[in-house]
Design a protein around this ligand. Structure first.
Ligand code: HXC
Length: 249
């Protein structure tokens, strides 16, 4: 079974209630099991009615050379990430259509859903699938008043992710080195963008995939970005050489 531990969910629910005064109900569910998803949505509807906001954030991931992956390892990750998102979206979406109610869907993917990435291939493939699912349903179900958007975060330090993606801690420094903002992201920063995208302030935003990574993606992609290592003294020498070049052959 794959789900957040109920005691963790309940502690978080209590924290939110203490900080905001809002009532929060934690329900545990294995997103890989469509029947469990249906039962979870039944409970939700009983407690609070159909939702206005649905956030698909479930992730499973570990770094591994792909030649070491078994079929079950592949299935475990893609079941959580892609199938879990599909089961939740289909279950809630069908009920919304039946009741004539709109809603804002938001999925959390990753910057390598766009580029692909070695060593996390099941996660990359599944997260790309989630993005395609959201873009497709933004087109198909927009007429029912549903919006679908995606946030692609860069690295945000949490124990669940970093203990499986950087178990020795040796890659954290190099990650920070290639992020122009000079640091990892924080959960609060994702929460700010998520709150905006699911709110009525974003009522005309649908089918959007928004990257938030402190500039990491473009920093890794640009051919000449390594020139940031050049010092002002070196630039003086290089500029003289460049200006001194005559002709093209
Ligand atoms: C190779 C592995 C493996 C590893 C598990 N498997 N770990 N194979 N290397 N390190 C294989 C197992 O051998 C097994 O296959 C299959 O995967 C299922 O493993 P289980 O341990 O039985 O699965 P389960 O207990 O369900 O654990 C799920 C999990 C785990 C996904 C494997 O890592 C987990 O619980 N993760 C928690 C959530 C998480 O990962 N959060 C981080 C997401 S962050 P066999 O064939 O042996 O049966 C993210 C974005 C990153 O994704 C963005 C960064 C920029």
């Amino acid at each position: 079974m794959y789900f957040r531990k109920l005691d963790v969910l309940q502690k978080t629910a209590e924290e939110i209630t203490t900080q905001t005064g809002n009532k929060v109900q934690a329900i545990q569910c294995d997103v890989r099991d469509p029947q469990a998803v249906a039962a979870c949505v039944d409970q939700l509807v009983e407690l609070a009615g159909l939702p206005d906001v649905i956030i698909n954030n479930a992730a499973g991931n570990f770094v591994s050379p792909s030649e070491r992956l078994s079929a079950n390892a592949w299935r475990t990750i893609t079941d959580i990430v892609l199938n879990g998102t599909a089961y939740v979206t289909l279950e809630v979406g069908k009920r919304l259509i039946q009741e004539g109610k709109g809603a804002a869907f938001l999925a959390i993917t990753t910057i390598y859903a766009e580029s692909g990435s070695g060593f996390v291939v099941p996660s990359a493939a599944a997260k790309s699938g989630v993005e395609t699912l959201c873009k497709s349903l933004a087109a198909e179900w927009g007429r029912y008043g549903m919006r679908f958007n995606v946030i692609q975060p860069g690295p945000i330090k949490t124990k669940g992710a970093f203990s499986r993606l950087d178990p020795t801690g040796q890659f954290e420094k190099s990650m920070i080195g290639r992020i122009p903002a000079g640091r990892l992201g924080t959960p609060g920063e994702i929460a700010n963008l998520a709150a905006y995208l699911v709110s009525d302030y974003a009522s005309w935003v649908s089918g959007a995939v928004i990257r938030m990574d402190g500039g990491e993606y473009v920093s890794m992609a640009g051919e000449f970005n390594e020139l940031r290592k050049v010092t002002p003294e070196q630039w003086a020498v290089m500029e003289a050489m460049i200006r001194g070049t005559k002709g093209s052959s």
